[in-house]
Design a protein around this ligand. Structure first.
Ligand code: SAH
Ligand code: SF4
Ligand code: F3S
Length: 461
């Protein structure tokens, strides 16, 4: 018996040839987790995952809009995907994620994609795929006030089965003037804490040793209690996940300097398995810029939060995001950024040139007036300083002993293994000592013997 159905090409008897789906993921960790959600939704509908674009029936990019260069890369990929369509009849291509949400039908106008799906519409993907026909692409870019995909068990795409992401909330209610995220991800909503705990427990029972709780602003996580149950805030959630097992490490990102509470900092200190690392984006060291960016804190407030963290957890790493060349940034503002970096002594930083995003408050109200070459010059100064700071930070760790969660073989030398210390620094150490070889997911104790600005070189203890 031969018959066809929308979820597969040809079904012969009961031997199904499943349709294969290939996803390229761009942007932040939340997008990585969303890709895992999409794989799960599509698996339910009979689609198999492939990492080989050439055998895929459905090809998509899960996209990022945070800076213009992120989007330009995707336009290039759309052309490549289109090449696959022309080579093989029946291949469907699509754009999902933040760029789908921002550009909507403009993506369809290119005539090169069959579907466009925003971050809150992934449940509709199987139906959308089955409705596509020549000349009839599908689009769903509706944002939701409720969707958290809390009942979906993500299909993990990490390579080693050690560390996984858990989205604890979606969207963002801040309106940082430069940022497109509130427009692409919609309003903030928190996920039921019981489903978060269950997901973490399930991962731990499957051998995972580390979970990273994700949100654009985790400090504003709030689950309203009903029927006499108390509210659950981020600190409560952290404790409940940390209590699953001392063998399960807990990380989180991103903290907002205006919202990170003493309760969160003190909760971290209480649990050795909550990792000693806070990603606390400063964006700029100048109060004038911070005001224009609508970050809603001052430099003084920010430094106060850093002091609190250091007072409670002297060994806690602090990392940051910085934007160079925001609208009207003077040389003095730029110097303020360099000086705040020195004052905090960041362990690591993600550094960007300001990229104007259409529709944001900054795009509407402030001219993007720093010439590109000057933005680059300032960014380079910031990067050079951070390289020094990272090296200094790593040198401070030489001689210290850390417990490391092994991720796998080191890329440079397969005789070495690598893994992260609680402070998120990458450690490299011999895989084998006195006959025993470590494997991904083991905890090992190491002593730092030397370093580069990126890595701690360690011996086993
Ligand atoms: N929710 C997180 C970060 C989200 S975007 C937070 O509030 O920190 C990640 C980083 O991208 C931001 O911290 C910022 O440094 C950078 N970024 C966002 N919009 C940008 C823009 N228009 N141009 C350059 N960098 C930008
Ligand atoms: Fe963007 Fe600000 Fe929200 Fe972060 S907190 S996602 S920078 S609007
Ligand atoms: Fe990019 Fe969207 Fe994340 S714009 S940074 S993928 S939330």
């Amino acid at each position: 018996m031969i018959f066809t159905c929308p979820g597969s090409r040809i079904l012969i008897g009961i031997t199904m040839s499943e349709r294969k789906v290939y996803i390229e993921t761009y942007g932040c960790q939340m997008n990585v987790n969303d890709t895992e959600v999409i794989f799960s939704i599509l698996a339910e509908a009979g689609y198999d995952r492939t990492e080989n674009i050439e055998e895929a029936d459905v090809i998509m990019a899960n996209t990022c809009s945070v800076r213009d260069n992120a989007e330009q890369r995707i336009w290039g990929r759309i052309d490549q995907f289109y090449g696959q369509k022309r080579l093989r009849e029946g291949v469907l291509t699509g754009i999902v994620g933040c760029m789908a949400e921002r550009l909507k039908d403009k993506l369809l106008e290119s005539g090169r994609v069959d579907f466009v799906a925003g971050p809150d519409s992934y449940r509709s993907l199987p139906a959308m795929l089955s409705r596509i026909s020549p000349g009839h692409p599908q689009i769903n870019v509706e944002l939701s006030r409720e969707e958290t995909y809390s009942d979906i068990k993500p299909v993990r795409i990490d390579k080693n089965g050690v560390s996984a992401f858990i989205s604890i909330m979606r969207g963002c209610n801040n309106v940082c003037s430069y940022c497109v995220v509130p427009y692409t991800r919609g309003a903030e909503r928190s996920r039921d804490p019981r489903t978060i705990q269950m997901e973490a427990c399930d991962l731990f029972s499957r051998g995972y040793k580390e979970v990273t709780l994700l949100g654009q602003n985790v400090d504003s996580y709030l689950w309203k209690g009903v029927d006499g149950h108390p509210d659950v805030d981020f600190a409560d959630l952290l404790s409940s996940v940390a209590e699953i097992s001392p063998e399960l490490r807990v990380r989180f990102s991103t903290s907002h300097p205006k919202d990170i509470s003493d309760k969160v900092i003190e909760t971290m200190a209480k649990y050795p398995n909550i990792c000693r690392h806070i990603h606390l984006p400063v964006q700029s060291g100048s109060d004038v810029m911070l005001e224009k960016m609508r970050r809603r804190y001052t430099r003084e407030w920010y430094l106060g939060r850093v002091s609190k963290i250091r007072e409670v957890m002297p060994d806690c790493a602090i990392t940051t995001d910085i934007i160079a060349g925001f609208c009207g940034e003077t040389l003095e503002d730029h110097q303020d950024t360099l000086s705040v970096m020195r004052e905090v002594g960041y362990d690591y930083a993600y550094m960007f040139q300001y990229s104007e995003r259409p529709g944001t408050l900054a795009a509407k109200h402030y001219p993007d007036d720093i010439p590109p070459a000057e933005k680059t010059r300032r960014l380079n100064e910031i990067i050079a300083l951070q390289n020094e700071l990272s090296l200094e930070s790593n040198r401070r760790d030489v001689g210290k002993t850390f417990r490391v969660l092994v991720e796998g073989p080191s890329r440079r030398d397969p005789a070495d293994s690598c893994g992260r210390a609680s402070n998120n620094k990458m450690c490299v150490f011999p895989a084998t000592v006195s006959g025993g070889t470590v494997k991904a997911g083991d905890y090992v104790d190491v002593r730092v013997v030397s370093c580069t600005s990126a890595t701690l070189i360690c011996e086993r203890v």
